[in-house]
Design a protein around this ligand. Structure first.
Ligand code: HDE
Length: 694
């Protein structure tokens, strides 16, 4: 019986050996080779206190497998979260493409979508200022289509040959190994200043787009230009767009920094919890289609990934939607082992000559060899084509998981004539065909002249923003450049910003306490384009609390009817509500009833909510006045421009947190309806009172 005590009381079997209750064969614990295991608690030893024995294959196998559990993380986009779902086509593009996924209206295609940050490692936090990956694997009936995009429609560089430099510059500095998951350091801004083509992307990366509120509230873009190809092999240029049903929403920078400490898994948890609760995130799928003539008429090159096509010029047609409705069963097997390849396109979709895309066509397949370790990574369940069989004469290799039958593993062959299986054959009509684009030209290592305008679209972006967003963008630049120790690095950026907008450059210079340098010499003089309101976020939040979260701070003795009223009103609009209290378990409401608590105050700060309410008793409030977590709860909600609903007894706490009454500070005596409009958005007009912006 000594054994069973050492095992914390696990049941002892008839013979005194330690194991849990005997299980049915299908539930039985086995080794990797199928041998049933009798004792998973104790290693084999020479006597109870003696040395362990080498013959213990159960121990060795378990430890050895554990020793090799990790695989190399992705070089970029290492930190990510994913979900299963479906894509449904609502409008056929049969005129432009023969891809079935884009022509069969109403058909649902399974998808697996992974969102990610770019710069940080797999264990880094979810909320740094960064671009977000938006990678969708559609398991179509004509093979997998991987649309591997970002939440920003343009990119830093024009030619794939600069990608390793870009990533080296943004990642941790080579000698010191920091900063992790941050672009606010010398090497990044040094590279950016020397690469004026990155200026447009920098405008986006310094905008609130780079601090998203949730994966569910991000746009997605294919970024590179692709081609659609119809039955007659006629080509049309296409740009792909995903638009979130919940609207594009962001955090405040100060909030994002604090979330990183409060909940490093903020976005991962948000996606998982939303799907688990049945609030399935959804996106519209849209395309911009351009003929060769329309592309030629653009004032920039459609092959240049640092440029977008303003929607006002070429509208986005919505042709489908994506719904994510199932969490992965296993993070490693699915999210981690998912391999996205821009080369995965079904017949009817083709590439453009965009030199960034062309490099990507090599990179993704190649990197899987280091990461997943075998040319057979396409056989893993998450990567396997599901909409159709895959069959060819490729054979063997590490981790071959199939058992191909027959003698013919070469083509052509004539074994079918002898009654044997001859293997699969090419399909000239239905198979993938490349757009017949003429290419006769001289081989050169050159950047096209048509790629030379580095500033017009940066200017377009900046000037299309609201005043609030311009201030955020300028402040983000000040923040990032303030972290750079080399003055010449900061000065070069300022000189480049002069070409974007002199007012922006002056604001950033002032924020840095720097003298404004003369503009750098642009390769092409920037032009003024018609502002594009589509590029804004502020003013476009949906008129609903759907997908947003409300935190209600409650103490013993609080008025339960006020809590119920807030919960009812906000949940009716699709918000999720959490009760926060000084202690977990339950609070005892006025009248004696108990209210279950979702989070303890110190561990559930207001940064993780979109709006808060404070429903406390006088005595409860008096106790909270001595708790900095309570004061922070209210003060942070205030400075992060959130709606604050409160009962009369909470006033002393609001005063202590320096909350000044405004439209977003709502007495709940007015009923929960008064809380709803400010809770649907942020109180932008409060910002100048609480923050000095550039
Ligand atoms: Fe990637 N990128 N990338 N990238 N990228 C990878 O592939 C690369 C680029 C993007 O959730 C890697 O499997 C090159 C643009 C996403 O698993 C790697 C270039 C866009 C993801 C790679 C680019 C992206 C990756 C790392 C310049 C937006 C994560 C691991 C030519 C359209 C996908 C891997 C996931 C991942 C290379 C530029 C999006 C190393 C060479 C532009 C969303 O192959």
């Amino acid at each position: 019986m000594a054994n069973s005590q050492a095992n914390g009381g696990l049941k002892a079997g008839a013979g005194g050996e330690t194991h849990q209750t005997a299980s049915a064969p299908e539930a039985r614990l086995t080794t990797n080779h199928g041998a049933p295991i009798s004792d998973d608690q104790n290693s084999l030893k020479a006597g109870p206190r003696g040395p362990s024995l080498l013959e213990d294959f159960v121990l060795r196998e378990k430890i050895q497998h554990f020793d090799h559990e990790r695989i190399p993380e992705r070089i970029v986009h290492a930190r990510g979260s994913a979900a299963h779902g479906y894509f449904e086509l609502t409008k056929s593009l049969a005129q432009y493409t023969r891809a079935k996924v884009l022509t069969e209206v109403g058909k649902r295609t399974e998808v697996f979508t992974r969102f990610s940050t770019v710069a940080g490692g797999a264990g880094s936090v979810d909320t740094p200022r960064d671009v977000r990956g938006f990678a969708v694997k559609l398991y179509t009936v004509e093979g997998n289509w991987d649309l591997v995009g970002n939440n920003i429609p343009v990119f830093f560089i024009q030619d794939a040959i600069k990608f390793p430099d870009l990533i080296h510059a943004v990642k941790m500095e080579a000698d010191r190994g920091y900063p992790q998951a941050a672009s606010a350091h010398d090497t990044f801004w040094d590279f950016i200043g020397l690469m004026p083509e990155s200026t447009h992307m920098i405008m986006w990366a310094m905008s609130d787009r780079a601090i998203p509120r949730s994966f569910r509230m991000m746009e997605g873009f294919g970024v590179n230009t692709f081609r659609l190809l119809n039955d007659k092999d006629e080509a049309t240029f296409v740009k792909f767009h995903w638009r979130p049903a919940l609207g594009t929403q962001s955090t405040c920078w100060d909030e994002a920094v604090k979330i990183a400490g409060a909940d490093p898994d903020y976005h991962r948890r948000d996606l998982h919890e939303a799907i688990a609760s049945g609030a399935f995130p959804e996106w519209d799928f849209g395309v911009q289609l351009l003929s060769q003539a329309e592309a030629d008429a653009l004032p920039f090159d459609i092959l240049d990934a640092t440029k977008l096509i303003p929607e006002e010029l070429h509208p986005i047609q919505v042709i489908g939607r994506m719904v994510l409705d199932r969490n992965p069963d296993n993070f490693f097997a699915e999210t981690e082992q998912a391999a996205f390849l821009p080369t995965n396109v079904p017949p009817g979709i083709d590439f453009s000559e965009d030199p960034l895309l062309q490099g990507r066509l090599f990179s993704y397949q190649d990197t899987q060899l280091s990461r997943l370790g075998t040319v057979n990574f396409h056989q893993l369940p998450i990567n396997r084509a599901k909409g159709c069989p895959f069959q060819n004469l490729q054979r063997d290799g590490h981790m071959q998981m199939q058992v191909p039958k027959g003698r013919a593993n070469y083509e052509p062959n004539s074994l079918a004539e002898a009654g044997e299986a001859g293997g699969p054959r090419e399909d000239p009509k239905g198979g993938f065909r490349t757009a017949p684009a003429a290419t006769a030209a001289t081989k050169v290592r050159l950047r096209a002249e048509t790629f030379a305008d580095h500033y017009s679209q940066a200017r377009l972006f900046y000037r299309s923003q609201t005043a609030i967003e311009q201030a955020h963008l300028a402040s983000a630049l000040v923040f990032e450049l303030s972290k750079c120790s080399f003055e010449h690095v900061r000065t070069r950026i300022l000189a480049n910003l002069q070409n974007v907008d002199p007012d922006l450059a002056a604001r950033v210079a002032s924020g840095l306490n720097a003298t404004l340098p003369a503009a750098s010499e642009p390769a092409v003089k920037p032009m003024d384009m018609e502002p594009s309101p589509a590029l804004r976020i502020v003013g476009k939040y949906p008129e609903s609390l759907k997908g947003r979260s409300v935190g209600v701070l409650v103490t013993d003795g609080a008025d339960g009817s006020a809590v119920t009223a807030i919960r009812k009103a906000t949940e009716a609009e699709g918000a999720s509500v959490k009760i926060v209290a000084p202690k977990i378990g339950a609070v005892k409401l006025k009248g004696g009833s108990a209210l279950a608590v979702d989070g303890q105050l110190a561990g559930t700060p207001s940064v993780i909510f979109d709006a808060v309410a404070v429903v406390v008793s006088e005595e409860g409030c008096a106790q909270l006045l001595a708790d900095s977590a309570a004061i922070d709860f209210v003060q942070n909600a205030y400075v992060h421009l959130k709606a604050i609903g409160f009962t009369a007894a909470a006033q002393p706490l609001l005063d202590k947190a320096n909350v000044v009454a405004d439209e977003g500070v709502v007495s709940l005596e007015r009923g929960p309806e008064a809380f709803l409009p400010p809770a649907r958005t942020r109180q932008w007009s409060r910002e100048p009172k609480v923050r000095t912006l550039a």
